[in-house]
Design a protein around this ligand. Structure first.
Ligand code: EPS
Length: 388
């Protein structure tokens, strides 16, 4: 399985192609659109989301609502393109009028400066249009197709927010996806503790007034993933490494960990390893999940727990020092419209890239030309595991 996305933030559309989804999966477009709408929400979003109403168009690989086994092609229109049609015109040669929003003051923390240096762009808009997190809309659409495939295999996952700026969410750690979903749907922060919503809203509001921005911590839990996905046999077959790469590939993510995360470094081994248990008919399990469902680069059958740290949005209304790429004069960076925090949508994006990696691992492991073959293969494998 593989996927690719294309498209600029204010270009005509985002385009995505996924290869390797088995034939015979009933694809619910409303569910993809619901995920896209959820990604646009969350407290702390800026004004761009008032313009966009993301909806997916399926333009290949699906017939009468059922996947064909051929590449699936997806499109999401950028409604804001109507306001940028000349500046982002793919064909007309550059003129004095269609290059007016030229960016020559790179924003610290963004791809602007290094992207310009690498690709030799003198207008840094050529960089920021693609490095923008707008692209994550397509990763959510593709991720939702993968989530629907995983659901057909009885595997569920959810991403939520554990910390916004300095405020950590105090809640009993939950590993049941339905329970987590039920709690986080009660607020616009995707957090487990309803009592902390107001204080986090206040933090986001005061940060906005100060012209500043916030990051946070995200957690994804995946349930009912069979043991033995990934492998210990070579470093590049380890599934936790692939998941960490996919999560680091989400804009603004600066750290990834599993289970108890970096705390394991300071904890004695007896409190980190998950003791082994056995129940007749269910097979092996663990008495705890400190390691986040991975041993030796393989899933061990416990819920997968992935944590991600997101840096604050680098576009600030209180601009930081930069240097004009032409005059080399020191000045304040361009102020672009931005969100105060994107931790809420990022928690969904991280959930979706995890779904993509899990769907990849499963379609790589089992015969996956058709959904029925895939379901039969996994059912047989689950039986083998339960009887080991
Ligand atoms: C982004 C800047 C803002 C965000 C954007 C990511 O866009 P604009 O410059 O058009 O106001 O709203 O996120 C999205 C458009 C999106 O759909 O998530 C950036 O610089 O990364």
């Amino acid at each position: 399985m593989n996927f690719i996305t294309a498209g600029e933030s204010h270009g005509p559309q985002l385009t995505g192609i996924i290869e390797g989804i088995p034939a015979g999966l009933h694809l619910d477009v409303d569910q993809i659109n619901a995920a896209l709408t959820a990604r646009q929400g969350g407290y702390g979003r800026g004004n761009r989301q008032k313009i966009e109403h993301d909806q997916v168009q399926i333009v290949g690989g699906v017939r009468h609502g059922v996947t064909l086994g051929s590449p699936i092609a997806l499109v999401i229109q950028n409604r804001d393109h109507a306001n940028w049609s000349q500046i982002m015109d793919p064909i007309s040669p550059a003129t004095a009028t269609n290059t007016v929003r030229k960016v020559e003051h790179p924003r610290p923390g963004h791809a602007d400066l290094v992207g310009g240096m690498k690709y030799n762009h003198r207008d840094l808009r050529n960089v920021l249009e693609r490095s923008s997190a707008r692209e994550t809309a397509m990763r959510v659409a593709i991720g939702n197709v993968c989530e629907q495939l995983l659901a057909a295999l009885d595997i569920r996952l959810v991403g939520f927010v554990q910390q916004v700026g300095s405020i950590h969410v105090d809640a009993e750690p939950l590993l049941d996806v339905a329970q987590i979903q039920q709690k986080i749907q009660q607020n616009d922060l995707r957090i487990l503790n309803q009592d902390q919503v107001e204080s986090i809203h206040q933090l986001i509001d005061s940060t906005k007034r100060a012209g500043d921005s916030l990051g946070g911590l995200i957690r994804v839990v995946a349930q009912n993933v069979p043991a033995g996905l990934g492998s210990y046999i070579s470093w590049d077959t380890k599934l936790d490494a692939k998941l960490a790469g996919a999560v680091m590939g989400v804009n603004a993510i600066k750290g990834v960990s599993f289970g108890d995360g970096f705390d394991v470094a300071k904890t004695p081994g007896s409190q980190v390893m998950d003791e082994i248990d056995y129940q007749v008919g269910q097979g092996f399990s663990r008495l705890s999940d400190h390691l986040g469902g991975f041993e030796g680069g393989m899933t061990n059958g416990m819920p997968i727990i992935i944590n991600a740290a997101m840096k604050p949005i680098p576009t600030l209304y209180k601009p930081l020092q930069t240097v004009d790429i032409n005059t080399k004069e020191k000045l304040k960076a361009n102020v672009e419209r931005s969100d105060v925090t994107a931790i809420v949508p990022a928690s969904l994006v991280v959930e979706n890239v995890v779904a993509i990696e899990l769907a990849k691992a499963i379609t790589d492991t089992f015969e996956a030309a058709s959904l029925t073959r895939l379901q039969a293969g996994i059912a047989e494998y689950r039986h083998q595991l339960a009887n080991f």
